[in-house]
Design a protein around this ligand. Sequence first.
Ligand SMILES: NC(=O)c1ccc[n+]([C@@H]2O[C@H](COP(=O)([O-])OP(=O)(O)OC[C@H]3O[C@@H](n4cnc5c(N)ncnc54)[C@H](OP(=O)(O)O)[C@@H]3O)[C@@H](O)[C@H]2O)c1
Ligand SMILES: *[C@@H]1O[C@H](CO)[C@@H](O)[C@H](O)[C@H]1NC(C)=O
Ligand SMILES: *[C@@H]1O[C@H](CO)[C@@H](O)[C@H](O)[C@H]1NC(C)=O
Length: 332
Amino acid sequence: MAKVMLNYLLLATSLLLLLPGTAADGHGQDAIVESRGDIPAIGLGTWLSPKKEVKHAAQYALDTGYTHIDAARVYGNERQVGKGIKKASLKRKDLWVTSKLWNTDHRHPERALRKTLKDLKLEYLDLYLMHWPVAFKDGSTVDTRRPITETWRDMEALVKSNKTRYIGISNFAPADVDAILAVCEICPYAHELETHPYLQQQEYVDWHTARGMRVIAYSPLANLNPHYDSGLPSILHDPFWEQMAENKNATIPQAVLAWGLQRGTVVIPKSVHEEYIRENLGALSIVYGEEEMMQIAAQDRKVRMNNPGREWGVDLFDGLDDPTVPKREDEL
Ligand SMILES: NC(=O)c1ccc[n+]([C@@H]2O[C@H](COP(=O)([O-])OP(=O)(O)OC[C@H]3O[C@@H](n4cnc5c(N)ncnc54)[C@H](OP(=O)(O)O)[C@@H]3O)[C@@H](O)[C@H]2O)c1
Ligand SMILES: *[C@@H]1O[C@H](CO)[C@@H](O)[C@H](O)[C@H]1NC(C)=O
Ligand SMILES: *[C@@H]1O[C@H](CO)[C@@H](O)[C@H](O)[C@H]1NC(C)=O
């Protein structure tokens, strides 16, 4: 009986977390009608989601309880994501949409955002991120004459012109974050970065919280993205997580995402399958004890899955776990 009650309580809390603008934000009943809320704890990822499938995935997610979609111009599927959003029955104010400024667009963020808004069929975004702290001239030649602080200035103008409610950053090293914090008039709402049980970066996560920024955990399911080649076996076959999931009467993805939520990050698992999309929401009703959180912390592998630094010829993630290893003389 107690267990059932607890589950109901947890579910109720979860739903409050999921729905922006509810009483959970402390503003009471009026806020439900008037204000659009804070970033929802779970969002649907869309990287590598095929055009033919992502429209249904987005619509299905939004009709199943998700209120948050993570998109990007460079994913090449924003038109289809937009169609899915349109077909879903959520009101715009109850929905959170994030998109990202691609590297080739650092010199014209307004033009890039206009295109994204047109594709997504939206009047405004909730969050627009600088996808990488790297500007490209064209293709993938690095534009060393375009400082990220100047791109940030232009992104601030997008908030002033009401094209996005918030702006933020993604894949920044600590020095890059500091550079923005030193000049920002409108400061980053969130930093979207790779973090999961195999690349926990707990200190870096806490560092952001202390500076008033939310952390959005990308690739929250560690090495499930088939694009990644980490050398580690799939987390779905990790004996530690098999045991933990069993203890929590959950699936491994649910248990992993629940940890991401409990440590204060927003998680954005991607799927194009109805059953996974539904399953992942189950993370909201799992709660860990302190002892369990410590056991999970001890499982960190410090392995980064997503690091295009070498390919682009830039050193990324300086000062963090598993940064870009610069090419040796004989490799140049
Ligand atoms: N800012 C950035 O630079 C950046 C970089 C990477 C990712 N992201 C964002 O973060 C999102 C999530 O990261 P990600 O796509 O790299 O990886 P992920 O969400 O951690 O994992 C996605 C993979 O897991 C599978 N999956 C999802 N739920 C599952 C479940 N319950 N059981 C079994 N398999 C499941 C998916 O399968 P199916 O798709 O086949 O259903 C997909 O292959 C991206 O889609 C993107 O929106 C941002
Ligand atoms: C942006 O929205 C605010 C609040 O609704 C309004 O006062 C302001 O005039 C708008 N600015 C522009 C440039 O549209
Ligand atoms: C475990 O989870 C399943 C599926 O969600 C549920 O049907 C079952 O009642 C749960 N068992 C316990 C002991 O909570």
